[in-house]
Write a protein that binds this ligand. Structure first.
Ligand code: IMP
Ligand code: MG
Length: 184
């Protein structure tokens, strides 16, 4: 009988995340001198990061509009599938708006780049990108986020919204995951 389970190695603690989110929002606000920012978040992985940053924006007196793009690039694997599927929710155009595109992690660059192109085509006044994690890998698409939380090595991580096959999004920290197969 084969029993699959996982080993976790915490890379970024809850406390470190909390501290960094505060700093990051300060950094963004000091650049965004405009009144109202539209955040467009790429689902699903960014939802925990989004929930933290929007409340930090509020604490610092910013007013936001929050919208979503639904992107999926992994299907039960730990290797990016290259051509992300985009399912657009009905959302107002970002034409003329100050937009911050938010995602959980930058890996190959396909997802952020595709979402950025979609928004650029709507002619926002300003379009900046922010990801929680940047993987230290050679990108397949040349894109650098304007803002990021942390850089990590090329490891598959979960928690703080990031999943493996739909699991582990609820973990309040970022952990490297390894699948262990035990034969009994
Ligand atoms: P990219 O298109 O290869 O840059 O991948 C970005 C997307 O893949 C992110 O929005 C994540 O949803 C997902 N992803 C990339 N690396 C990881 C990881 O280590 N853990 C979980 N999801 C990941
Ligand atoms: Mg994603």
């Amino acid at each position: 009988m084969t029993n699959d389970h996982f080993s976790m190695n915490i890379l970024i603690s809850e406390d470190n995340i909390r501290e960094r989110v505060k700093e990051l929002v300060e950094e963004i606000i000091s650049d965004f001198v405009y009144n109202e920012t539209t955040i467009v978040a790429a689902l699903k992985g960014s939802f925990v990061f989004l929930a933290d940053i929007i409340r930090e924006f509020h604490r610092k007196g910013s007013e936001l509009i929050v919208e979503f793009i639904d992107v999926s690039s992994y299907s039960g694997t730990t290797v990016s599938q290259g051509n992300p599927l985009i399912r657009e929710f009905k959302r107002p155009s970002v034409c003329g708006r100050n937009v911050l595109l938010v995602d959980d992690i930058l890996d190959t660059g396909h997802t952020l780049s595709k979402c950025k192109t979609i928004l650029e085509n709507e002619h926002p006044m300003v379009l900046k990108t922010c990801v929680f994690l940047v993987k230290d890998v050679k990108r397949l698409v040349d894109i650098t986020p304007d803002y990021f939380g942390f850089t990590i090595e090329d490891k598959f991580v979960v928690g703080y919204g990031l999943d493996y096959d739909g699991k582990f999004r609820e973990l309040p920290y970022i952990a490297e995951i390894e699948e262990i197969s035990t034969s009994i």
